[in-house]
Ligand binder design. Sequence first.
Ligand code: CTP
Ligand code: CA
Length: 226
Amino acid sequence: ASFEEPDPFWKSKKVLITAGPTREAIDPVRYFSNHSSGKMGYAIAEAAAAKGAKVELVSGPTNLEPPPGVVIKQVITAEEMYDSVTASFSEADVTIKSAAVADYRPVETYNQKRKKNDEQWNVELESTKDILKTLGTQKTTDQILVGFAAESENVAYFAKDKLERKNLDLIVANDISADGAGFNHDTNVITIFNKHGQEQAFPMASKKQTAEHILEAIKSYTEEQH
Ligand code: CTP
Ligand code: CA
């Protein structure tokens, strides 16, 4: 165990973090999901708790142990994540949305296992709610809202577009096509953009180190506001 000194900035903060994928059921044995491991969000939760923050982690299905000292809420679907996050949001000083939320879910979920046949099967999908966008419309001036953008092309352009459209303070962009970045790696390569048009690019780092970079960026951004 590490015995990090609590940081006075983080010690006074309630931090809400989301992590992992969501799963959208097709039938009792099948679902749509994505490659998110949850490692980045769990690393942020662990680092924030070690600095003395009160941390709530809303997690989709992962293989990870809840970090010590963190209140964990386990969810499966995008809808459950939406309900859990919107219920806690007004209490949070800082909200960090690293979860890879499903953008679509099946219109219909079968109660019984769907049997195969020789025909083509077209599954109809509908949009899920955009949790982060909802939070962006609800946030007060002293709440800090941080999003993630996992992109495979035009990283800066798409990240800045999300920052603006979702009314975020900061966005953590990662190029999932870069070596050592993104899903299921223990390392990440990120650029952090803030609302004032500033950006900070980091070389490849462990997710533990990347969590420190993200928390540091949030702290300096917040302190510059006041
Ligand atoms: N997000 C969310 N709810 C959703 C979809 C995304 O809260 N239903 C959040 C993610 O947690 C992330 C941010 O929005 O912090 C960006 O997610 P991303 O998938 O990169 O962007 P989208 O807005 O979904 O757009 P696209 O997938 O088309 O790039
Ligand atoms: Ca998406």
